[in-house]
Design a binder for this molecule. Structure first.
Ligand code: ATP
Ligand code: MG
Length: 559
C-alpha cells in the first residue's frame, strides 16, 4: 500500500494534503479514519462512487479505516431494499468495510441523551411554533431572524416536553427540539437549528421504537464522533453547516473530535445525479428500474457492462477539487473503453444482417478459420470461426452507389473479410420493394486468412458471420438518457436512448455466453450479456461504441 508523504513528488489532492499534515503532526495519534455515509433512500450513483473512492482511498493511503454508515434518520424514504443495494454496490466497486457497518439510527438513545444534556446546559429548547412560523421567524440572508416566543422556556419545562415528545404524546409538527444559538447569526444554519422532530412513521429497522428523529446536522457530527472518525469528508453544500457541526462537538462530551472537510461533488454532462430525479424516473416507469443500463446508478452501469476498475480509474482521473465543475461524460466513456480494450475478447457479430452468397465457394463446405481473441493480450490466444458459402455482413457495410469516401463493399468492389478471404461483389439482388435483399459475390481462394500473395490490399475489412452457424441475438443499443448537456429536474428523457435490434446474428462461440460476460463486437462496440439473456435467446447490451471513423466523416460531410 502506498503511503504518500508531504515530501514526495506525487501531487496530492487538497484532502490528502490536509490528511498528510495531520498524520505528520500526529493528530489523533496519526490515525486516519473516514466513513461513507449513504442514506438508504435510493440506489448509489456515479457521484457516490467518487465519495466512496475518496473515503476508502484516503483511509487506505494512510493505513487507516473506513466505515460504512447508513444515515437512516428519515424513516419516510428509507427501505431495506435500498440498504441492501448500497452494500452490494460498495462491495462491487471493490471496497470492504470489514465489520464496520453502522447505522445512525442505532445512536438514537445517545443522540437523545445528548439532547437532554443540551437542554440542561441551556443550549436547546422545545419550540412549539408550526413549521411555517419557524420558517417565517428564521429571517433571510439579508434580515436577521426573530426569537421564538418559546425560546425562554425553563429547563424543567423543556425536559418535560422533550420526554413527552419521545413518549409519543404529540402529533407530527407540533413541537421540535432546537439548538439555542443565535437567531441573528449571519449564517442561517446557526439560527437555532432544529435537532429533533416528531415523525410518527415506522422505521425500516427500528420499527416504531422511536417517534422522534434527529436532523442530519445533529446526527452526523455525533455519529462521526462516536465512531472515532478523524476526517469527515462531505460535499460542498455542507460548507456552511460546518460551524454547526463544530458547535455540536464543542457543546457535548463526545468521545472524539472529527473535522469536516468539504469537496466538490461530481457533476456529469448529459446526466442527472439527483436522487429525487432518479427516483422519479423509476417510479414513473420512464426507465426499467434502478438498474436500467441507461441509469447513472452503479447497478445500471454494472448492467450496462461497466467494470469496477473503469469506474475507479475514472474517479482517480477526475481528482478532488474545492470548486464545483462539470465533468464531460466522454471522460467516463473513455475510462470504460480503455479498460474493455485491454480485457475483452473480440468476436464478430452482425447487428443488421445482409445475406451474401459466395458463388464460387463449394456448397456444403465449411472451413474453420483462426481468429485472434484479443490483440491487446498476447495470452488470450485464438479461436476457430466457421466460414461457408452463405454469410451475413452488416447492411451498412454495403452501398449500391457509394459516396466518394465510402470504402466498404459496393458493386464490383473488393473488400477483405476479417480472418477469411477477399470477396468481390458481382450482383445485387433486390426484393419486390426494390430494397437490397442479397449480394452475390466471388471470393479469391488465394487470400485465405486475409492476406493476398500479390500484395493487394482492399481499403476495407468487414466483419461477418456464417449464416448456417450464426446464433440469433437481440442487441440493446443505448444512448444518452438526456440530450441536454445540463439536464435538470424538468428535463425529458431522450426518446431514442434505447434502440432494440432484434435480428442480430452472432458468431457461434457466443452461444453459451452468460449474463455479465463482456465482448468487443469487432468494429461496432463493447457489449455485455444482459441479465435477461438465456440460452437460445441471447441479449446483449451495448456498453459503449468504438470510435466510428465513418460516422465522423459522414458528420463532417453534412456540415
Ligand atoms: P440527498 O440529497 O438525498 O442527501 P445524496 O446524494 O447526498 O442525496 P447520500 O446518501 O446522503 O445522498 O450521499 C452519501 C454520500 O455521498 C454523502 O457524503 C454525499 O456527500 C456523497 N455524494 C452524493 N452525491 C455525490 C456526488 N455527486 N459527488 C460526490 N459525492 C456525492
Ligand atoms: Mg446527503
Amino acid at each position: 500500500m502506498k503511503v504518500p508523504d508531504l515530501e514526495s513528488t506525487v501531487s496530492l489532492d487538497f484532502i490528502r494534503e490536509r490528511v498528510a499534515e495531520d498524520v505528520k503532526a500526529s493528530k489523533n495519534g496519526g490515525r486516519v479514519h473516514t466513513r461513507f455515509p449513504p442514506e438508504p433512500n435510493g440506489y448509489l450513483h456515479i457521484g457516490h462512487a467518487k465519495s466512496i473512492c475518496l473515503n476508502f482511498g484516503v483511509a487506505a493511503d494512510y493505513n487507516g479505516l473506513c466505515n460504512l454508515r447508513f444515515d437512516d434518520t428519515n424513516p419516510s424514504k428509507e427501505t431495506v431494499e435500498f440498504e441492501e443495494s448500497i452494500q452490494r454496490d460498495v462491495r462491487w466497486l471493490g471496497f470492504d468495510w470489514d465489520d464496520r457497518m453502522y447505522y445512525a439510527s442505532d445512536y438514537s438513545e445517545q443522540l437523545y441523551q445528548y439532547s437532554v444534556q443540551l437542554i440542561k446546559d441551556g443550549n436547546a429548547y422545545v419550540d412549539s411554533l408550526s413549521a411555517d412560523e419557524i420558517r417565517e421567524y428564521r429571517g433571510t440572508l439579508t434580515q436577521p431572524g426573530k426569537n421564538s416566543p418559546y425560546r425562554n422556556r425553563s429547563v424543567k419545562e423543556n425536559l418535560d416536553l422533550f420526554e413527552r415528545m419521545r413518549a409519543g404524546e404529540f402529533e407530527d409538527g407540533t413541537h421540535v427540539l432546537r439548538a439555542k444559538i443565535d437567531m441573528a447569526s449571519p449564517n442561517i444554519n446557526m439560527r437555532d437549528p432544529v435537532l429533533f422532530r416528531i415523525m410518527n412513521v415506522p422505521h425500516y429497522r427500528q420499527g416504531s421504537k422511536w417517534v422522534i428523529y434527529p436532523m442530519y446536522d445533529y446526527a452526523h457530527p455525533i455519529s462521526d464522533a462516536i465512531e472515532n472518525i478523524t476526517h469527515s469528508l462531505c460535499t460542498l453544500e455542507f460548507e456552511d453547516h460546518r460551524p454547526l457541526y463544530d458547535w455540536c462537538l464543542e457543546k457535548l462530551p463526545v468521545p472524539s473530535r472529527p473535522v469536516q472537510i468539504e469537496f466538490a461533488r461530481l457533476n456529469l454532462s448529459y446526466t442527472v445525479l439527483s436522487k429525487r430525479k432518479l427516483l422519479t424516473l423509476v417510479t414513473e416507469g420512464l426507465v426499467n428500474g434502478w438498474d436500467d443500463p441507461r441509469m447513472p446508478t452503479l447497478s445500471g452501469l454494472r448492467r450496462r457492462g461497466y467494470t469496477p476498475e473503469a469506474i475507479r480509474n475514472f474517479c482517480d482521473s477526475i481528482g478532488v477539487a474545492k470548486r464545483d465543475a462539470i465533468v464531460d461524460v466522454a471522460q467516463l466513456e473513455h475510462a470504460i473503453r480503455d479498460d474493455l480494450n485491454k480485457r475483452s475478447q473480440r468476436v464478430m457479430a452482425v447487428l443488421r444482417p445482409l445475406r451474401v452468397v459466395i458463388e464460387n465457394y463449394p456448397e456444403g463446405q465449411t472451413e474453420e478459420l483462426d481468429a485472434v481473441n484479443n490483440p491487446e493480450d498476447a495470452n488470450a490466444g485464438t479461436r476457430k470461426v466457421p466460414f461457408s458459402r452463405v454469410l451475413y455482413i452488416e447492411q451498412e457495410d454495403f452501398r449500391e452507389n457509394p459516396p466518394k469516401q465510402f470504402f466498404r463493399l459496393a458493386p464490383g468492389r473488393e473488400v477483405r473479410l476479417r480472418y477469411a478471404y477477399f470477396i468481390t461483389c458481382t450482383q445485387v439482388v433486390k426484393d419486390a420493394a426494390g430494397n437490397v435483399a442479397e449480394l452475390r459475390c466471388t471470393y479469391d481462394p488465394a487470400t485465405r486468412g486475409g492476406d493476398s500473395p500479390d500484395g493487394r490490399s482492399p481499403k476495407a475489412t468487414l466483419h461477418w458471420v456464417s449464416a448456417a452457424h450464426a446464433v440469433p441475438a437481440e442487441a440493446r443499443l443505448y444512448d444518452r438518457l438526456f440530450n441536454e448537456e445540463r439536464p435538470d429536474n424538468d428535463s425529458r428523457i431522450n426518446p431514442s436512448s434505447l434502440e432494440v435490434v432484434g435480428s442480430c446474428q452472432v458468431e457461434p462461440s457466443l452461444k453459451s455466453a452468460k449474463p455479465g460476460d463482456r465482448f468487443q463486437f469487432e468494429r461496432i462496440g463493447y457489449f455485455c450479456v444482459d441479465l435477461d439473456s438465456k440460452p437460445g435467446a441471447l441479449v446483449f447490451n451495448r456498453t459503449v461504441t468504438l470510435r466510428d471513423t465513418w460516422a465522423k466523416i459522414e458528420k463532417s460531410l453534412k456540415k
